[in-house]
Structures are given as structure tokens and as C-alpha cells.
Design a protein around this ligand. Structure first.
Ligand SMILES: Cc1cc2nc3c(=O)[nH]c(=O)nc-3n(C[C@H](O)[C@H](O)[C@H](O)COP(=O)(O)O)c2cc1C
Length: 175
């Protein structure tokens, strides 16, 4: 099995992270891997906002928790110190597909560097809120954006989880 396929099979969603901040060079490599995801008509319109600021990270966690309907205080990012928010340009025909492929690249790249990651949902609802639209505007991002997902990244706390058995009868062949 080659290294890429091995990484695909071994990557798992991590639900307990250490608070330590990963090296900036690793985060940069993960972000760059996202830039190389395929996109419909090669438009490359997906953007990623890397949040390492603890105050903003904690505020995102609190809003995500509220949107998800959990009890106040639950951290939907499971302690991850880095949150990579993937957003796709609204109106682009393939925006959700494009953004999802970026998410996949980010998670796989994190795993390949020995970091844990997980897709955390509800970015769509967050970026319908005025304050997060303002955050984008403050970063100089113009236009309308749909939140696709958060890729929470950090060092794994504990053991690497095992994959659930693969569901059966999902492959078909026309030979
Ligand atoms: C679109 C999408 C949204 C997800 N949202 C969440 C989430 O909000 N919280 C969470 O704990 N896991 C979330 N996950 C992670 C899945 O639960 C996880 O991928 C699944 O259980 C399979 O585990 P694996 O990634 O280790 O293979 C999400 C995954 C996807 C693809």
C-alpha cells in the first residue's frame, strides 16, 4: 500500500486534543494542501480562514455549541487550538463540493504531519451571523460566502482511534 492510501485509511476524526499549538510551518503546509484541492471548472474560489487566536477560537466554540443545541460549556472543537474554517463563494455552481474537497485535503494533510483533525459542522449557520460576516469583511474578504466546515487541528490527546468496520455492499462493478 502506498503512503497516500495508507494515510487515507489511517486518518480518523479526533475528539480529544492537547492544548499545545502546532508549529506554524505545519499549519502552513496543511493550508497549502487545501489550496491544491480540485475545484469545479478550476475556479479555485474556496477560501480558508485559519484561527489560532484563542479568544476568537473560544467564541466560535461557544457559538457553535449554541447552534448545535448543546449545554453551555461543551466545546464542539474538543480542545483543538487551531480552527481552519473553509468557506465557498455563494452562487458558485459547485461551491459545496469544492469546499468539501478542501476539507478532505486539510484533514489528510494534518494526519500526514502527525496531527489530529476533525470536521466540525455548523459553519454555514455561523457565517449567516452578522458578526462573522464582519470578521470576513475585516480580513478584506468581499462578497457572499457559505461556511462549509471547520477543520479543527491539534495534537492528539490519547490513542489514535481505530476505524469503524466499513459498511458492506457499497461497491458495485460493471465489467
Ligand atoms: C460533513 C461532516 C460533518 C461533521 N460534523 C461533525 C461534528 O460537528 N462533530 C463531530 O464530532 N464530528 C463531525 N464529523 C465527523 C464524523 O462524525 C466522522 O467523520 C465519522 O464519525 C467517521 O469517523 P472518521 O472520520 O474517523 O472516519 C463530521 C464529518 C463530516 C463529513
Amino acid at each position: 500500500m502506498n503512503d497516500v492510501i495508507k494515510a487515507m485509511k489511517e486518518r480518523r476524526s479526533i475528539r480529544s486534543f492537547k492544548p499545545d499549538m502546532p508549529a506554524e510551518a505545519d499549519i502552513e503546509q496543511i493550508l497549502e494542501a487545501g489550496l491544491y484541492a480540485p475545484s469545479g471548472m478550476g475556479k479555485q474560489s474556496v477560501i480558508t480562514v485559519a484561527v489560532t487566536n484563542k479568544e476568537i477560537r473560544d467564541k466560535l466554540a461557544a457559538d457553535n455549541c449554541r447552534i448545535g443545541g448543546w449545554k453551555e460549556g461543551f466545546d464542539p472543537f474538543y480542545g483543538a487550538p487551531v480552527i481552519l474554517i473553509v468557506l465557498a463563494k455563494k452562487g458558485s455552481f459547485t461551491c459545496v463540493y469544492d469546499g468539501s474537497l478542501v476539507m478532505g485535503n486539510l484533514m489528510l494533510a494534518a494526519h500526514s504531519l502527525g496531527l489530529g483533525s476533525i470536521w466540525i459542522h455548523r459553519a454555514k449557520e455561523e457565517f449567516e451571523m452578522e458578526e462573522y460576516k464582519k470578521l470576513l469583511a475585516d480580513l478584506g474578504v468581499e462578497g457572499e460566502w457559505e461556511g462549509i466546515g471547520h477543520c479543527a487541528v491539534g495534537y492528539v490527546n490519547g490513542d489514535q482511534p481505530e476505524a469503524a468496520p466499513r459498511a458492506k455492499n457499497r461497491l458495485f462493478y460493471v465489467r
